[in-house]
Design a protein around this ligand. Structure first.
Ligand SMILES: [Zn+2]
Length: 429
């Protein structure tokens, strides 16, 4: 089994995979936010999937209002429940406090909170559970607007924070600091983020998009899946995350068995995530890893070489996969995949085949001089028995995934007669 044939099989398989991926449900989960009220736990990390979606939706509705900050250095997140986002002014105030206490670590138990997180904390507080001193009702917490942090080592950090715009709540909620020097009061943003995302996923059960937390909103929140909705955002989902557009491919129109063939394929990053070198590959056999990062809007070209082992038309599917092998899907425009077809001709001088009446045994090496495929140069024909009118191998016009046909097993004579006539067509799309 030659590498070329195998390569084409992989291409067909990859196409089937792309079809499957589009059918997979996203973010489906049976567990609901309401289940977690009496679930026995005390960490809002259980709703992290939904919380992350709602942060994305908040950024969609209020662009440039929230900024991320990372754990590391002097900052420690107490748990997986912490969303590392605050308003830009609050982040400046936090960084200034860190500078004042260089070398010390601040342990943050909460920063930005999404609506389901505030809901759970409030329910647990009402039930007298989890040792929660006080909790604002959903839609009323400064955490939901990205202007508050809870700090477990608050005694050590109180002065530095207060000197940089952070107001300590006091003995009623000793871990809580509110940023008061700058920022917008967008506590209702967490409610509106939920309402808009709920409606996008439940057009037949739509609720008011007013940013007000009431019974309608609370009932839907309780029924929401902790892992997130199927539709993750209302902001151009086709532009968010990893997306690709196939632009073009280059390939020689024809090749010969045993000779190296090099093809290239160009793609554009149409998502908003950077393609990281080594993490994205052209799904050929073998795969071709991305050599350098490609930012959103950027383009790149992959080069793939192989040695065909069998003659005939060969269609190679061209698509990208991520580090986990999942196909990178289409963005808002353009197809993510393409294909290229190369016509593979027999080797210049096929070995003698005693069983083939068209190939007389003439010793080895077979012929006085290799036939270079150009019959205008006076090279002796391997044999003269081929008749005009044999079917040609001009191929490559079949479109779509999985259309690479079986290799034709035609007599070499037909091919030799037709060499040099521009048999091959390369399909691009
Ligand atoms: Zn707090």
């Amino acid at each position: 089994m030659g590498g070329f044939v195998f390569s084409r099989r992989v291409a067909v398989h990859a196409c089937a995979l792309w079809g499957l991926v589009s059918l997979w449900p996203l973010g489906a989960s049976a567990q609901t936010v309401g289940d977690e009220v009496g679930g026995g736990g005390c960490s809002t990390a259980v709703v992290r999937g939904l919380a992350d979606q709602l942060v994305g939706q908040l950024n969609c509705l209020y662009p440039d209002t929230m900024e991320p900050f990372d754990e590391g250095g002097q900052i420690e997140f107490a748990s997986g429940a912490v969303l590392g986002n605050l308003q830009p002014g609050a982040i400046d105030g936090l960084m200034a406090a860190l500078d004042d206490r260089a070398g010390s670590t601040i342990t943050i138990t909460s920063a930005l909170r999404s609506l389901p997180q505030q809901y759970l904390l409030y329910q647990w507080y009402l039930a007298g559970r989890c040792g929660i001193q006080i909790a604002a009702s959903p839609g009323r917490s400064n955490h939901e607007g990205g202007l508050a942090i809870d700090v477990s080592n608050h005694d050590a950090w109180r002065n530095a924070l207060e000197n940089n715009g952070w107001d300590w709540y006091g003995s009623g909620d000793v871990v809580h600091f509110t940023y008061v020097r700058a920022g917008e009061d967008i506590r209702s943003a967490s409610v509106l983020s939920f309402q808009t995302l709920w409606n996008a996923n439940h057009p037949n059960d739509a609720i008011d998009e007013d940013g007000l937390y009431g019974p309608q909103t609370e009932a839907r929140l309780g029924r929401s899946p902790v892992g997130g909705f199927e539709i993750a955002t209302t902001c151009n989902p086709c532009a968010q995350g990893m997306h690709a557009r196939f632009d073009s491919a280059q390939a020689p129109p024809e090749a010969v068995v045993g000779g190296e063939v090099t093809i290239s394929a160009s793609f554009t990053n149409t998502g908003d995530a950077t393609w990281v070198a080594g993490q994205v590959s052209l799904a050929t056999n073998p795969p071709v890893a991305l050599g350098a990062d490609v930012i959103d809007g950027g383009s790149t070209t992959f080069t793939h070489s192989f040695v065909p082992a069998a003659e005939g038309p060969a269609t190679i599917a061209l698509g990208l996969v991520d580090a986990g092998g999942a196909p990178i899907p289409a963005g808002c425009e353009g197809a993510p995949t393409g294909e290229v077809t190369v016509t593979v001709l027999p080797a210049a001088d096929p070995p003698d085949d005693p069983s083939d009446p068209d190939d007389p045994v003439d010793g080895s090496p077979d012929d006085p001089a290799p036939d270079d495929g150009d019959d205008l140069d006076g090279d002796p024909m391997v044999d003269g028995s081929g008749a005009p009118g044999e079917s040609s191998r001009a191929v490559g016009l079949a479109g779509g995934c999985g259309t690479s046909g079986p290799l034709g097993k035609e007599p070499p004579v037909a091919v030799l007669l037709l060499m040099g006539l521009g048999l091959a067509l390369v399909r691009r799309r």
